[in-house]
Design a protein around this ligand. Structure first.
Ligand code: SD4
Length: 295
């Protein structure tokens, strides 16, 4: 038997973890626990980049990306899904009920409706007001993921049977172009799980994770014997070396191994992991490239 672990991204992961703790503590699966954490964040109207309450794209529409992956390497994802509160559960249903991995846009919406998801307007008044302010004031460039624009939740979980699983769910970068899809539903970019080696996920500026296949690369580093902390750091180091200008953008990685070790690393300061382990749910700061605070 393993000691269960749930790690998730950013400070609001702490509250969301609470939804998964009774599941994993009661002998439930890593996937069930991670999905419950994701669903809790999706329904939280105060998180600005996940589901209900998220910021819209530059045309005022909220479009959602999500993915799930199991210890067996089974996976499902949705991209550019609109008006459905729980994209993570749609991603899981694609994995479990269809021969496909990724459904996008209207097809994803139709599938969600067929399996019983309700149509819901996800744009809250607060998010709409922020959007209106942006349309009046800003240039047309999508915001880079920074301190104020970082709410994608990624969850990696280890259950008491020693199985790892992960989920990501997001409304993506605020004010993105309509139709833009980020890293979160791209298996290998925003999320990757290998049941024997470990799991990794990314949050931040999705284009960096897509160009580098950051989650897959991190799992490969775990395979080479790096610890989760070292693997996330080395992956960020490689990305900064390979991609011009990456050092000025935020990308944060987290990783978990089947023996319960975990860690994270980011380019810019401010990334935090909400970690439930050894019976405690705590927020931990992670080292980052900019502050060079990991020596
Ligand atoms: C994206 N990676 O759509 C997401 C956004 C994000 O913290 O993680 N923000 O690019």
């Amino acid at each position: 038997m393993s000691e269960p672990v749930i790690i998730s991204t950013w400070h609001f992961g702490l509250r969301a973890n609470e939804a998964g703790i009774p599941i994993i503590g009661g002998g439930g699966s890593a996937l069930d626990a991670a999905e419950a954490v994701a669903r809790s964040a999706e329904s939280d109207r105060t998180t600005r980049s996940v589901g209900y309450g998220g910021y819209p794209d530059r045309t005022g529409r909220i479009t959602l990306d999500a993915s799930v992956m199991t210890h067996e390497g089974r996976c499902g994802a949705v991209a550019a899904l609109e008006n459905i509160e729980h994209p993570v559960s749609v991603a899981r249903a694609i994995m479990e009920k269809t021969p496909h991995i990724l459904l996008a846009g209207n097809g994803a919406y139709q599938f969600a409706r067929e399996i019983g998801h309700q149509h819901k307007n996800l744009l809250t008044l607060e998010a709409q007001e922020s959007y209106e302010k942006w349309t009046e004031s800003e240039s047309a460039a999508p915001r880079h993921a920074d301190q104020d624009n970082h709410d994608t939740i990624c969850i990696l979980a280890l259950d008491s049977y020693g199985k790892v699983a992960g989920c990501c769910t997001t409304s993506g970068l605020a004010w993105k172009m309509h139709g833009r899809v980020g890293d979160s539903p791209i298996i290998g970019a925003g999320l990757y799980v290998n049941g024997n080696i470990g799991a990794a996920a990314a949050t931040g500026y999705g284009e960096l994770a897509m160009r580098s296949l950051a989650a897959y690369r991190t799992v490969q580093l775990l395979h080479k014997g790096y610890s989760p902390q070292e693997a996330t750091k080395e992956c960020i180091r490689q990305i900064i070396e390979e991609i011009p200008g990456a050092f000025a953008l935020q990308l944060a990685l987290l990783a978990l191994t089947p023996d319960g070790r975990f860690g994270g690393y980011s380019i810019l300061p401010g990334f935090q992991i909400a970690a439930y382990s050894q019976g405690k749910n705590r927020l931990t700061d992670t080292p980052n490239f900019t502050s060079k605070n990991d020596e």
